[in-house]
Write a protein of this length. Structure first.
Length: 251
């Protein structure tokens, strides 16, 4: 009986030791997987921050007010009557479209041969009747009143939106076009004069955002140098705001 008890005790001891080794190995594997997943998340987060930093720097490298300058020039060309510059060289019918059949003009009906009578279309009699009635009415009332001529200037919706974004009132009449062109020129000159200052301010702002994004971790030495160079001695905003529409009109 004692021998059997000792054998059972020894078997139980070996089972517990084997079970402890098994669960210890499971714990080690779990810890290694967790550590590897943590390192992968950290690397992915670092890559994401690095991509965001590169995107911010690329956007800051774009010259400031470039779109506004191009819009001003496009509007000046349009209002000045330069179709090539305002429409970008696209003229209707200038170049044939590939794969689209050429449209043919409507042909005039041939004259009716002698001895035949052309059949009137439906509604022609009514039209002739009403036209005659109108003629009699005009004759009774005398000469028709002359329509007053208007010199209103029509601006397309896209050009109108661009003018509104630039805070320049659109011309209501043809006489207002020269003043609008002058306002656009003043606006364009202001954008060009403040382009360098605003571009430097955008770069400084981007470097500050990058520093706040990374919080001083994961930046290489080159990126640190760029951050120091971008934030030293650069104003955060342009020296003066863009001229408003009222100021332009007053000038």
């Amino acid at each position: 009986v004692d021998a059997l008890y000792a054998t059972k005790k020894e078997s139980s001891q070996k089972y517990r030791e084997a079970s402890d080794r098994y669960y210890a190995k499971l714990s080690e594997d779990k810890a290694r997987r967790a550590e590897r997943a943590k390192a992968q998340r950290a690397a992915a987060e670092e890559d994401k921050k690095r991509e965001e930093a590169e995107r911010l720097r690329e956007e800051a490298e774009i010259p400031a007010y470039q779109a506004e300058i191009e819009d001003c020039q496009t509007l000046i060309d349009y209002l000045s009557g330069n179709p090539t510059a305002s429409s970008g060289g696209l003229e209707l019918g200038s170049t044939p479209l590939t794969g689209v059949p050429k449209l043919e003009l409507r042909k005039v009906e041939e004259p009716v041969a002698e001895g035949l009578i052309a059949r009137k279309k439906k509604g022609e009699d009514d039209e002739n009747y009403f036209v005659g009635g109108k003629g009699k009415k005009k004759k009774a009332n005398g000469a028709p009143a002359a329509t007053p001529s208007t010199d209103k200037f029509s601006v397309p919706l896209a050009k109108l939106s661009a003018l509104m974004q630039l805070s320049i009132p659109p011309p209501a009449t043809a006489a207002d076009v020269p003043q609008t062109i002058e306002n656009l020129k003043i606006k364009k000159e202001w954008f060009i004069a403040n382009q360098a200052i605003q571009t430097a301010a955008n770069k400084a702002k981007a470097e500050k955002e990058i520093a706040a994004l990374t919080k001083g971790k994961g930046l290489t030495s080159a990126e640190d140098g760029n951050a120091e160079a971008g934030t030293s001695g650069v104003p955060t905003e342009a020296s003066s705001p863009a001229p408003a529409a009222q100021e332009i009109e007053a000038s």
